[in-house]
Design a protein. Structure first.
Length: 362
């Protein structure tokens, strides 16, 4: 099972939704880098379950325990010592009995059947096992650390809820990202730029929750401060690496950069971004290319959007099959699940982007 991300900076993720613990190993962090523990905890708290009505009722502390790779400095903080950083996060609020039916009856929309065939029935179905969104907690631990190191290099990674269903937030300005109060807004508890649209989104999620249903949406992510020329052409371009890593986040179904699919409806004269000198630096007037040209960063803000499907675990009756009975059957999923993945996925997208970018800069 491939659970390793990166080349110069390698992040490996381990554990299952209901195993004793989950965690990650980060290999390649430079020695002497200070990890702000309080800032990391705040970042991980944005993803943590059980905090809102629009998230799962499962309650986990999500406190990262550093087992190796760091030392405490005189101020009581953590400093990397150049060896792999090992982090574990204990699972405490597990209810495996909610999932035992799925050893025989796969859940529609989940990896149950495909994993059953791939691993010959030995996969862990509890909470989705290694396919669970629970594994994004160690991703956030690793990405939260990478995010801190990027800030010291003048590179900022930020994201917000772009849409829930057919309700859309104000988008990031493609050239002047982070201006006009956008920065403060996306750091909020429900990260949107337009608070009124955020209220409508929360109502839409609540409506689905009460109906035993779920709803999908889009996360928009922006990176500023990247130098021009980062990446490679062809198969290791910046788009390739980010897309490949983002698809490692459970429930992701699509990604677009810059104008994305809208570019297919534009003329070249509309899509091309005119170059201009500004303060002695080459910039573009517009940013339809999303900060990437030919697989390389252009120096403009890197901008991409990630589509998440509705949570497949819903309380409504669904058609399925029984492996042992060799027959069709009906399934109603019980347990604790997010009616919408998107709000808690925002920091996960930031984390994955940060890991990819620090890997390229190492």
């Amino acid at each position: 099972m491939s659970s390793v991300l990166g080349k110069n900076l390698k992040v490996s993720v381990f554990g299952q939704s209901h195993s004793a613990a989950i965690g990650c190993c980060i290999d390649g962090l430079p020695a002497g880098e200070v990890i702000d523990r309080a800032e990391l905890l705040e970042f991980m708290k944005r993803r943590a379950p059980g905090r809102h009505s629009y998230s799962t009722a499962r309650t986990e502390d999500d406190l990262p325990e550093f087992l190796a790779g760091v030392l405490e400095n005189e101020a009581g903080g953590l400093v990397t010592c150049g060896t792999p950083v090992m982090i574990v996060i204990r699972n405490k609020d597990c209810r495996p009995s909610d999932y035992m039916t799925f050893n025989d009856v796969p859940r529609p929309g989940h990896a149950d059947y495909a994993a059953h065939m791939r691993y010959k029935g030995y996969q862990d179905v509890r909470g989705g096992g290694h396919f669970s969104g629970r594994l994004t907690a160690p991703l956030c631990a690793a990405g939260g650390i990478c995010r801190q190191l990027l800030v010291r290099r003048g590179i900022l990674v930020r994201a917000h809820i772009y849409s829930i269903g057919d309700i859309f937030d104000e988008p990031f300005h493609p050239v002047r990202i982070g201006t006009g109060g956008q920065e403060t807004a996306v750091n909020g508890d429900f990260p949107v730029i337009d608070a009124d649209k955020g209220s409508l989104m929360i109502k839409a999620i609540e409506t689905c929750r009460q109906a035993g249903d779920s709803i999908g949406g889009i996360v928009e992510c922006a990176v500023t401060g990247l130098p021009a020329g980062l990446g490679d052409p062809m198969f290791e371009g910046l788009e390739n690496l980010i897309a490949g890593a983002v698809f490692g986040i459970p429930a992701v179904k699509g990604i677009e950069f810059g104008a994305g699919f809208a570019a297919s409806r534009m003329k070249g004269s509309e899509h091309n971004d005119p170059f201009r000198m500004k303060d002695g630096k080459v910039t573009t007037v517009t940013n339809n290319h999303g900060g990437i040209l030919g697989g390389l960063s252009s120096g403009m803000p890197l901008l991409f959007r990630v589509a998440f499907k509705p949570t497949p675990s819903i309380c409504q009756p669904q058609e399925s099959v029984s492996y042992t009975g060799r027959c069709n059957t009906e399934l109603s999923v019980t347990g604790r699940h997010d009616p919408c993945i998107v709000p808690r996925a925002v920091p996960v997208v930031e984390a994955v982007a940060a890991i990819v970018l620090l890997d390229l800069l190492n």
